[in-house]
Design a protein around this ligand. Structure first.
Ligand code: HEM
Length: 215
């Protein structure tokens, strides 16, 4: 019986599926938050979108700086890819939106989110959770966000570089490859637990960010 329970927690080679299932509810909650629903429904303005980008730039600086420090670790190397780097595009989007490219002062949640990412310096498995939560999201629902920002608020393409992955031809194929690389990692039960717990936490930071942006 014990063996069955362990197998169901860590099915061989299906890390991507475990991760997706573990975060499904957190994803729904984030998608349903009032800020996201209002932004996506055209009830806010370009300034609200700019405030979101002004926080995200801090998050991606932490993601990309921490990723650079983890380069060479086989777990981190499975997902690290310069073509995903978002800081330059976030900075150019901010400039196009008329915001300081350095970003806006960090909200309390952003301070905590950045600290959580930086604390993964010594644990590539937990870092992977943050990488997955943001970049796979940008490659998925992010594309829908870009088209809504264009449609509702007339955000010009030069302020939406964040959603353009130059050098990645087919996003779907890239995401499939990303999941295959996750599945090829030989994560033990403990690592898988750390991964899913951290990913749920990463979604919760995003949800808190939406709550703080609402106010
Ligand atoms: C406007 C709100 C959002 C929309 C419309 C949206 C939509 C989507 C869609 C359509 C997918 C593709 C699902 C599939 O491939 O079957 C997806 C996947 C994903 N989203 Fe979102 N999403 C939103 C918000 C978020 C947020 C806030 C995060 C976290 C920061 C996030 C993270 C992810 C991740 C990690 C995936 C990949 C799931 C997987 O295949 O493992 N999304 N999203």
């Amino acid at each position: 019986m014990t063996i069955v329970a362990e197998e169901s927690l860590a099915p061989a080679g299906r890390t991507s599926q475990v991760l997706r299932e573990a975060t499904a509810r957190a994803h729904e909650n984030a998608e349903r938050s009032a800020f996201v629903a209002d932004l996506m429904g055209g009830r806010l303005g370009v300034a609200a979108y700019a405030r979101l980008v002004g926080q995200l730039v801090h998050v991606y600086r932490a993601l990309e700086d921490t990723g650079a420090r983890l380069t060479g670790d086989p777990v981190a190397d499975a997902v690290l890819d310069d073509r995903l780097d978002r800081v330059p595009s976030l900075e150019s989007d901010l400039a196009a939106l008329g915001v300081d490219p350095a970003g806006e002062p960090m909200l309390p949640v952003t301070i905590d989110y950045v600290a959580a990412i930086e604390a993964c310096d010594d644990d590539a498995v937990r870092y992977l959770a943050h990488h997955y939560t943001r970049y796979l999201g940008d490659l998925s629902g992010g594309q829908i966000i870009a088209s809504r920002m264009r449609l509702h608020y007339g955000v010009p393409d030069e302020a939406l570089a964040f959603y353009r992955f130059t050098g990645i031809d087919k996003l779907k194929r890239y995401k499939d490859g990303y999941r295959e690389r996750l599945d090829a990692l030989d994560l033990d039960r403990d690592a898988l637990a750390r991964l899913t717990t951290e990913a749920i936490g990463a979604f919760e930071f995003n949800q808190r960010l939406f709550t703080e942006l609402e106010n």
